[in-house]
Design a protein around this ligand. Structure first.
Ligand SMILES: Nc1ncnc2c1ncn2[C@@H]1O[C@H](COP(=O)(O)OP(=O)(O)OP(=O)(O)O)[C@@H](O)[C@H]1O
Length: 677
């Protein structure tokens, strides 16, 4: 007999109080040790064949489904809720896809419709509402997993009731219909059809909602963290790249909130379950690495061996440790030191009239990034992303600046982080042993050239599946683009795009998506498409407001924040985001005026975070894109490439919001706001 639990069970458990959850866990454990439930107080739910309730306490009941082959923990709740839930459910494999589904009985919507119609008699609707699915034939609906008893209800649904419909249907059917309702094609969502006789719980769509318990420790971990649905119930498109045996570096991408980080976490834990593996899970910042580490701990509660084999570090930290082990502690140059050296070189008349800002970007994105140490290498390096055409003469004179910087750094025995990666890459190429067999990189769109080169060296010295990346080209905010394949990181043919957004409401995501091209192609020709992405829930439209001056904006934003607090959101669930340091003051003033302790964060630092409500403020004409950054670069310099990264910043900021988003600035406002209005 197999013991399983459903996502409806852990979600319902999460809604109970802490003492109630404790009692439920004790009963669930008793059941796990005596799956027949003989020693327990079980009651058959008469109206629903196969469903039983198990008594937890006077008021709480677990709903089970039992048929001699399996026992499924399906739901838990207060007595009447539990019975009502069970009476309205059937557990059946879908007739076409073969995936096990918990099908809600249709009366619910019909009852609701009756109620709506009763109301309609009193107040006739002004216009007949559109029924987006009215023309869809049975076959098209069955192919995406709509249960047969729901076919009519789906076709009858008008746009005002689409949300109710989605909360009643199995996820695979709801996502397909949502995409269709917003312009996508149903055929793109045809569900996998199981072979005759296959286990209906093993179907990839069934695994999104049911999990077989493999041991008591695993059950304990799942019940201890019922809020972490992502730790157990994955979308088939998330699960596939996690368990696949890749024959080279692989990359999973997708719009913000599609669960790329979740995929990275599961991939790392999956690899770490191999006895001979040593896995490094990494990303670009310490804050994000800390958040990954917390999630890894949660996921490996019942997997002590895997936990031992998995370490989580920011990539610079991992490189620093490796370098220290191999060569001793590096003496690292600061950005201020580099800037001062460039200023000194320009003052000394070097650089053919280029601004220090241009030279600094040239240093960061080319000279330092690519580890260039002489004019010849500088002349040969591809200037992808740098639009400025520098002729040989100009390169010669610009190189004088970089030669000046390199000399001074060498004289002080100071190295840059790119030098650290460069030396490590050569060391790995010469047979140096890194202490990991696999590297999983989250937020990989923000890897620098030096980091990518180092990873390529690690990849070619290791197993075929040594490297796994997750990221979104539309969120590249730290570096100009470069070719991964040229550096030896070739993910072509091993790239996959996620399409279901779990974080951000449909309204917020569709608005943010308008900032980007629907298809972004990287410099190696690998395409990432946002088309067909669906959010799993709806919410209010985002608000875009322009004000006359700073003070009016501060007042407007503080009022918006107060409203959110008034709706019951906590201070921790809110955030104010701004373009950079100079705008932090404005954000803080709005928070102060709202009388609340709400974090004010720069867009760069907000990467990877999420909140229920976000106000992105100070979106003024000269703030985004950053006018100083653009003008400092001169007339022909890099404007398009930099504008792209500035645009990505707004995309990142807007997609941190789950339910509510406000975008504001002083009129006329950022040019990017025109694109999303
Ligand atoms: N299978 C899942 N079930 C439930 N929740 C999920 C699932 N996958 C992801 N989520 C949730 O969706 C949210 C976004 O996930 P995640 O941070 O992994 O997205 P992302 O694609 O990495 O986003 P970004 O590009 O903004 O960094 C998180 O709250 C996560 O817990």
């Amino acid at each position: 007999m197999t013991l399983l639990y459903a996502s409806t069970f852990t979600r319902a458990l999460d809604r109970l109080s802490a003492p109630e959850q404790k009692q439920v866990k004790i009963t669930a454990f008793d059941l796990a040790q005596d799956e027949s439930g003989n020693g327990m107080q079980l009651h058959r739910v008469e109206a629903s064949p196969g469903f039983w309730t198990a008594r937890v306490s006077q008021d709480i009941r677990i709903v089970l489904h039992k048929n001699g082959e399996h026992t499924l923990l399906a739901f838990v709740g207060h007595h009447d809720d539990a019975y009502r839930w069970a009476e309205r459910r059937k557990l059946v494999p879908h007739e076409r896809t073969g995936a096990m589904q918990l099908v809600e009985i249709v009366e619910r919507v019909e009852e609701r419709s009756a109620h709506v119609e009763a109301l309609a008699e009193e107040v006739p609707p002004p216009v007949a509402l559109k029924r987006p699915f009215a023309e869809l034939p049975d076959d098209a609906l069955l192919d995406v997993g709509v249960p047969r008893e729901w076919l009519e209800a789906v076709r009858d649904t008008d746009v005002a009731r689409v949300d109710d419909l989605f909360s009643s249907l199995p996820d695979e059917a709801a996502e397909a219909l949502l995409d269709f309702a917003t312009g996508g094609r149903l055929a793109d969502h045809a569900a996998l059809k199981a072979m005759p006789g296959a286990d209906p719980f093993a179907h990839p769509d069934a695994q999104r909602r049911f999990r077989a318990v493999e041991g008591l420790e695993e059950l304990r971990a799942a019940l201890d963290a019922p809020f972490a649905q992502w730790a157990v119930f994955l979308h088939p498109a998330q699960r596939a790249p996690i368990t696949r045996d890749w024959n080279g570096p692989a990359r999973v991408s997708g719009s913000a909130g599609t669960g790329k980080t979740i995929v990275a976490l599961h991939r790392a834990v999956h690899l770490a379950s191999r006895p001979d593996a040593r896995v490094l899970l990494t990303t670009f910042s310490k804050t994000l690495a800390k958040s990954l580490a917390g999630k890894v701990n949660l996921m490996t509660e019942a997997l002590p061996d895997a936990r031992q084999r998995l370490s989580v570090r920011a990539i610079d930290q991992a490189a620093h440790e490796l370098y220290t082990g191999a060569f001793g502690q590096p003496n690292l140059a600061t950005t201020a030191q580099i800037r001062a050296l460039i200023d000194a070189a320009v003052k000394a008349g070097l650089g053919a009239g280029h601004t220090p800002e241009f030279l600094l970007e040239e240093w960061d994105e080319l000279v330092d990034a690519w580890g260039l140490h002489d004019l010849e290498a500088y002349t040969r390096v591809p200037r992808i992303g740098r639009r400025t055409r520098l002729g040989p003469k100009q390169r010669e004179s610009t190189w004088e600046v970089f030669a000046f910087v390199r000399e001074r750094l060498a004289a002080r025995s100071v190295v840059t982080m790119a030098d650290v990666y460069g030396r490590l890459s050569r060391w790995v190429e010469d047979g140096g042993q890194v202490p990991f067999t696999h590297v999983v990189v989250d937020e990989a769109q923000d890897l620098s050239v030096a980091q990518a080169k180092f990873l390529a060296a690690v990849g070619s010295a290791g197993a075929a599946d040594a490297l796994f990346f997750t990221g979104d080209l539309g969120q590249r905010i730290f570096h100009l683009p470069f070719s991964w394949a040229r550096l030896g990181l070739d993910v072509r043919g091993r790239a996959q795009v996620l399409k279901v957004c779990y974080r951000t409401s449909h309204q917020i995501r569709s608005m943010a998506d308008r900032l980007l091209e629907p298809e972004i192609v990287d410099l190696d020709g690998e395409e990432e498409s946002r088309r067909g992405t669906v959010s799993v829930f709806d919410g209010p439209e985002p608000s875009v407001q322009l004000f006359q001056d700073d003070n009016a904006e501060i007042a407007g934003v503080s009022e918006w924040l107060r409203k959110r607090l008034g709706e019951g959101m906590s201070e921790r669930e809110l955030a104010v985001l701004v373009r950079g340091q100079p705008q932090l003051g404005r954000g803080r003033a709005a928070v102060k005026a709202a009388g609340a302790e709400i974090p004010v964060i720069t867009m760069h630092d907000a990467k990877g975070l999420e909140f229920r409500a976000v106000a992105v403020m100070a979106l003024d004409e000269d703030v985004l894109p950053d006018r100083e950054r653009l003008t400092a670069l001169g007339d022909i310099a890099d404007i398009v490439a930099i504008q792209d990264t500035e645009r990505h910043l707004l995309y990142v900021a807007a997609t941190r919001a789950r339910d509510r988003l406000m975008l504001s600035g002083v009129a006329p406002g950022s040019e990017f706001l025109d694109d999303i209005h």
